[in-house]
Design a protein around this ligand. Structure first.
Ligand code: FE2
Ligand code: FE2
Length: 141
């Protein structure tokens, strides 16, 4: 079962909602693959590609606003994945989507959120502190 779990929370509600939506699309892809609904699978991969592009852009804008020092590396990870997802989506048009593909996407997303996304959390929280009370939270870097 492909789903978002609370241990993947970034404590940034808008980003958590986007991560949940991505897992929802992956769950749809998993069932489309299991039921061999190839056309629906292509549709889901296309929506996923567009949604992830928006999510990555939102995340990168927030990291930039927060002055996050790891932005360049994070951006490179997003860019590399976008190329991979583009390849997968194009390939899906001509043939069935394999369960290996679904596992690859799910593993990438889970690992990316748990490691790469989590690294920006203290910086984004500090930014939230600045905008809500005028000074940064002293417990964050
Ligand atoms: Fe993310
Ligand atoms: Fe990310």
């Amino acid at each position: 079962m492909t789903e978002w779990t609370p241990d993947l929370s970034t404590d940034v509600p808008v980003l958590d909602e986007q991560h949940k939506a991505i897992f929802q699309w992956l769950s749809e892809l998993e069932s489309a693959t299991a039921d061999q609904r190839t056309l629906f699978g292509v549709y889901v991969l296309t929506r996923l590609k567009h949604y992830m592009r928006e999510h990555f852009a939102a995340e990168e804008a927030m990291m930039k606003a927060a002055g996050y020092p790891g932005l360049e590396q994070h951006h490179a990870e997003h860019a590399k994945f976008r190329v991979k997802l583009e390849e997968i989506q194009l390939k899906s048009i001509g043939e069935d989507i394999s369960t290996d593909t679904v596992h690859f996407l799910t593993n990438w997303l889970t690992h990316h959120i748990a490691i790469t996304d989590m690294a920006y959390v203290p910086y984004l929280k500090r930014l939230e502190g600045v905008s809500s009370c005028g000074r940064p939270d002293e417990n964050t870097p």
